[in-house]
Design a binder for this molecule. Structure first.
Ligand code: ATP
Ligand code: MG
Length: 398
C-alpha cells in the first residue's frame, strides 16, 4: 500500500463516557492516557494524544499489534487501527479506498459482502452532514462496490468507519472490543492475598478491572515448600502485570506462625487461624502501602474455610475492609475467567500452597470468633507477626 509508507497508521481508542462525567473526568483521562502509553510502548515507541472523547495512539510501527495490546487496558471500550486523512472529501475518499482494499483481504471467497459507510461527525462545523459523507464516500468507491459489495445499512458485515474531528478525519474498517472497566489507579489501591491457586489471580484481575491498583502479598512455608512455589507466584504476578503498569509483590515467611499455631491451638481451627494471621499481616502492609482494602479469592461455600461463619472469623481479624470479588461465583465461572485472562495454565501447575502444611484432618465448619481469639493467646503470635513482616521480601515487577 502506498499510504502505509507516507501515512503510518494509528490506533483510535474509544472509552466509556458514562463513568467520566463530572470532576473525575480529568483524573480518569490522565490515568487512561498513562496506562495506554505504557502498554503501547511495549510494542513500539508511540505518542498518545487526547481529542474530545477519544485517544489517538501513533506508534512508529506495528499498529495492529498495538491495537491488540490495548484490548487489555482497562477503561477502553473499543479500539480501531485507523488512518488519518486531511478533512477534504478527496483525501478521505482516497484513504477510504485503500482501507477498503485492505479490509477485503479478510474475505477470501467471492460472495457479495454486505457493506456500509458510517460517518460520525464529532466536529459539527464540517461542511457535509454525516449522511452526505456516507453517500459521497460510497459513490467514490463505485467500482469496488459494483464488483464485491452490496450496500446493507441494517446488517453490514463490513463497515467502513469515518470520524470527522477538528484535527483530521480518521478512517477504519475494524473495531476491536476493549476490556471495559475503569483505568487502573483511579479507584484506590488494594492488597491482594495471592496464593498459587486459580481463584486469587482472578480476584486481583476483577479489582483491577474496576480501577483498583493491586499490590500482592504471598505467604510461603519454606522449607516445607520449595522455591518453585515462589517462582510460580512471581510468574502469576508477571502475567497479571499486563493489566496494570508496574506490580509489587511482598513475599512473607509464614512457617514460624504455622508451627506455633500447630503446637498451641486446637487442630480443627488451624486453617481459619492461618488465614486470620494472613489478614493481619496483609492489613499492616496495606497501611504501609496506603491501600484501602484487602482482596481475596474466597467464594462462599467453596471449601470448609469459606463458610459464612469461617469467613466472618477471618474477616474479623482486622478492621481493614476485605473485598471478595468471587464470592458469588461457581468454580467453573472462575475457571472460565482464569482461562480468558491467561492465568489458568500457570495456576494449575502443581505446587503446594502453604495452607496445605499441617492441614487439620477435620477442619472446623462453623468457627466461632471467641474461640479464634482465645486460640491466639499466650504464645507470642504478635511477635511472630512482627518478625514475618520484618523478614518479608519486596519484589517490584515491571
Ligand atoms: P485460591 O484458588 O486463590 O488459592 P482457594 O480456593 O484455594 O483459593 P483458600 O486456600 O481457602 O482457597 O484461600 C482463600 C484465599 O486466601 C485465597 O484466595 C487467597 O486470597 C488467600 N490465600 C490462601 N493462601 C494464601 C497464600 N499462601 N498466600 C497469600 N494468600 C493466600
Ligand atoms: Mg489455594
Amino acid at each position: 500500500m502506498t499510504t502505509t509508507k507516507t501515512n503510518p497508521g494509528l490506533v483510535l481508542v474509544r472509552y466509556g463516557e458514562l463513568a467520566i462525567k463530572g470532576k473525575n473526568r480529568f483524573e480518569f483521562e490522565n490515568a487512561l492516557r498513562r496506562n495506554i502509553h505504557k502498554a503501547a510502548n511495549e510494542i513500539a515507541p508511540c505518542t498518545v494524544t487526547k481529542t474530545r472523547g477519544r485517544m489517538v495512539v501513533r506508534p512508529e510501527r506495528r499498529m495492529e499489534r498495538v491495537a491488540r495490546r490495548l484490548q487489555e487496558v482497562f477503561g477502553i471500550a473499543s479500539v480501531s487501527p485507523a488512518y488519518a486523512a486531511e478533512r477534504k472529501i478527496e483525501s478521505i475518499a482516497a484513504i477510504a479506498a485503500e482501507e477498503l482494499a485492505r479490509a477485503l483481504e479478510a474475505f477470501p471467497n467471492p460472495d457479495p459482502i454486505r457493506f456500509r459507510v458510517s460517518t460520525r461527525r464529532a466536529d459539527k462545523r464540517f461542511p457535509m452532514t454525516s449522511q452526505e459523507m456516507n453517500v459521497a464516500v460510497a459513490e467514490s468507491l463505485g467500482p469496488a462496490i459494483e464488483e464485491r459489495l452490496v450496500i446493507d445499512l441494517k446488517n453490514p458485515e463490513l463497515q467502513l468507519g469515518i470520524e470527522l474531528r477538528e484535527e483530521a478525519a480518521y478512517i477504519f474498517a475494524t473495531r476491536l472490543p476493549g476490556p471495559g472497566g475503569l483505568p487502573v489507579g483511579t479507584l484506590g489501591r488494594g492488597i491482594c492475598l495471592l496464593s498459587g491457586g486459580i481463584d486469587s489471580p482472578v480476584a486481583a484481575w476483577m479489582m483491577m478491572k474496576r480501577g483498583c491498583r493491586v499490590i500482592y502479598v504471598s505467604f510461603h512455608s519454606a522449607p516445607f515448600i520449595g522455591d518453585s512455589s515462589k517462582r510460580k507466584i512471581e510468574q502469576l504476578v508477571r502475567s497479571l502485570s499486563r493489566f496494570q503498569p508496574k506490580s509489587r509483590l511482598y513475599s512473607v515467611p509464614f512457617t514460624d506462625i504455622q508451627m506455633a499455631i500447630r503446637d498451641h491451638a486446637p487442630e480443627s481451627y488451624r486453617t481459619v487461624l492461618y488465614r486470620r494471621q494472613m489478614q493481619k499481616i496483609a492489613a499492616r502492609i496495606a497501611r504501609r502501602e496506603k491501600a484501602g482494602c484487602l482482596i481475596t479469592g474466597e467464594s462462599l461455600g467453596q471449601v470448609a474455610s469459606q463458610t459464612m461463619e469461617n469467613l466472618t472469623c477471618i474477616g474479623a481479624a482486622t478492621s481493614t475492609p476485605v473485598m471478595q470479588p468471587l464470592i458469588g461465583f461457581d468454580k467453573q465461572e472462575t475457571i472460565d475467567l482464569a482461562q480468558k485472562i491467561g492465568t489458568f495454565e500457570l495456576s494449575i501447575i502443581p505446587e503446594p500452597d502453604c495452607c496445605t502444611v499441617f492441614m487439620p484432618s477435620r477442619p472446623i465448619i462453623r468457627g466461632k470468633l471467641e474461640e479464634c481469639e482465645a486460640a491466639e493467646e499466650g504464645y507470642g503470635l504478635p511477635e511472630l507477626i512482627d518478625n514475618a513482616l520484618a523478614n518479608a521480601d519486596r519484589i517490584d515487577i515491571d
